[in-house]
Design a protein around this ligand. Structure first.
Ligand SMILES: Nc1ncnc2c1ncn2[C@@H]1O[C@H](COP(=O)(O)OP(=O)(O)OP(=O)(O)O)[C@@H](O)[C@H]1O
Ligand SMILES: [Mg+2]
Length: 247
């Protein structure tokens, strides 16, 4: 099977700061790859390349059989419909209700009437275990865990084929973090989506991942199954795991 997402020799520098120095990584359709790496190692930068929010200085990014680095903003819309992203900072629109947040992309991209939009909002809130009444609340009314759920509902509203999660459990208590991990798992099994999860959280990584990729000094230094990651044959990854995740 062809990979759904593929990074080939991706290089990205910001001025003198060479962040990505030849990232090669394939993500197969339907699998969940967890990208581990220290703070500032370029995990978020890599994810943002997947939907054209950054363009590589060199290298290729493939999504669903298309090389996207040369696409203009109009063509990138198709990629962004296929690939939902849960941003690191949650990124809900604070001045909009939960319903309007979740409906935003539907109104932008589908041409559906309001009734159909509302039905879909209710449906995706249900997918993340939120009652329809939550739709009327403002983001400031929500706990951290609920905000993450709403962000996830918004990311799945257009039924994307892939989901990118940037630190989905950071800042949450362990119980709430586990419910988010379970949601990531169920999005994969119920919706069959291909997923990339970026995290510092090793427990989360081993819970949700099929495979682990370890980003260090701008390259993927280890790529293997969760079991292989646990075996700890790659010294850099072993040090990272023994350090509790923070490099
Ligand atoms: N838009 C930008 N302009 C300039 N530098 C950037 C930009 N985005 C990221 N960087 C730099 O790229 C490097 C990698 O940042 P990135 O946010 O990808 O790290 P990260 O691995 O996601 O870290 P964290 O775990 O803390 O979220 C950092 O040195 C950061 O300062
Ligand atoms: Mg980050």
């Amino acid at each position: 099977m062809a990979p759904f997402i593929r990074y080939v020799g991706v290089h990205k520098a910001f001025g003198a700061n060479a962040v990505l120095r030849g990232v090669d990584l394939d993500v197969e359709e339907g699998e969940t790859v967890v990208v581990l790496g220290g703070s500032g190692s370029g995990k978020s930068v890599l994810l943002r390349h997947t939907i054209g929010l950054h363009r590589p200085d060199r290298g290729e990014v493939w999504v669903d059989g298309a090389e996207i680095t040369g696409l203009d903003e109009d063509d990138l819309i198709e990629t962004r419909k296929k690939v939902g992203m849960l941003f690191q900072a949650g990124a809900l629109f604070d001045s909009m209700t939960v319903e309007d947040n979740v409906a935003f992309a539907l109104r932008e991209h589908t041409g559906w009437d309001e009734e159909r939009v509302r039905e879909r909002v209710e449906e995706v809130l249900g997918l993340v275990d939120l009652e329809p009444e939550v739709g009327a609340l403002m983001p400031s009314d929500l706990s951290g865990g609920m905000r993450k759920r709403v962000a996830l509902a918004r990311a799945v509203a257009l039924a994307p084929r892939a989901l990118l999660y940037d630190e989905p459990t950071t800042g949450l208590d362990p119980i709430t973090a586990n419910t988010i991990n379970a949601l990531i798992r169920s999005a994969q099994s119920r919706l069959g989506v291909t997923s990339i999860v970026v995290t510092h959280d090793i427990h989360s990584a081993f819970t949700v991942g099929d495979r682990i990729a370890f980003l260090h000094d701008g390259r993927i230094r280890f790529h293997g199954t969760v079991a292989e990651a646990r075996e700890g044959r790659e010294p850099l990854l072993r040090d990272f795991l023994q350090g509790g995740g923070y490099a």
